[in-house]
Design a protein. Sequence first.
Length: 304
Amino acid sequence: MSMTNEMFVKRSLELHLFFLRIMKEHALFMAVSFPPKNEDFIREGAELNSQFNNLLREALELASGVIMVENDAATEFTLPAEEKTAFLTGMQIDTALTEAELRMARPGARVDAQIVERVGNLNNRILSATRNIIRYKTRVLDALLACELLSSNYPLLIEHIRREAIRYVDLVTRLQNRAEPENIQQELIEDEFFWNQIMEEHAEFIRGYLDPTETELFDLADDFAVRFNELNSRIQGLRTSQQFMMFFNESEELAEEIRDFKAQGTQGILACGIRIIAPPLLADHVLREANHYLRLLSTYKQIR
Ligand SMILES: [Fe+2]
Ligand SMILES: [Fe+2]
């Protein structure tokens, strides 16, 4: 079965409003993580950040009037988190773009041939930019693992954000081929495994960035890591449709729980009520990823 033009345009743009902001932030988080000595890595991160910012601006222009801005694209915390992070790091963050996104026109426009072509063209440029950021992440990870580079990001965080970028390339490639999933059950279980692992690692990053005095939050974060890990370890043993259903429900409940935890955490960090060494925008970033996972799960609920 092949995809209609309208589905192609909407699915592409929905994916981009989520992932382009994620990519531009990965580049920013990396750029601010290195010592002054590594000016090449810093400059490259900043350049990638501005490239993805431009791609997001284009995607927003195309998306205006065609799709909605959902809570995986921007939240109520995104703008204040950007302002605070720009203040703390001295990096320029295009907050005007975020403001425009939050005011974007509601859907109603028709999908015409011109927009189909523009989206196809944008998809190709996104693929090449994302392959570039994957290479950058690989070079940084290699240098970290060879103990030739210092960063305030954990090596696992670089591995994690590289995995997210690889996922993005994979999903855009499928859209470019207009490929519909062949086996929805298989696709769902892969998505669950992928995002449960992402959620587990978020809990581990939060645990690791908290000040040692934040014992209560540390224990909460640690508990999420253990529970997501335990959940994913059961995936191989799933056989009956009832077991798959239970796995789905548990994944959704746990994702909702960690989403609430992240939302509270973001609020706490913005109010300067939590001792932590991560930029405020990282808190909103992982919140949006939880929102994205929950959105994904809810689309499966509609087709099942
Ligand atoms: Fe991310
Ligand atoms: Fe992530």
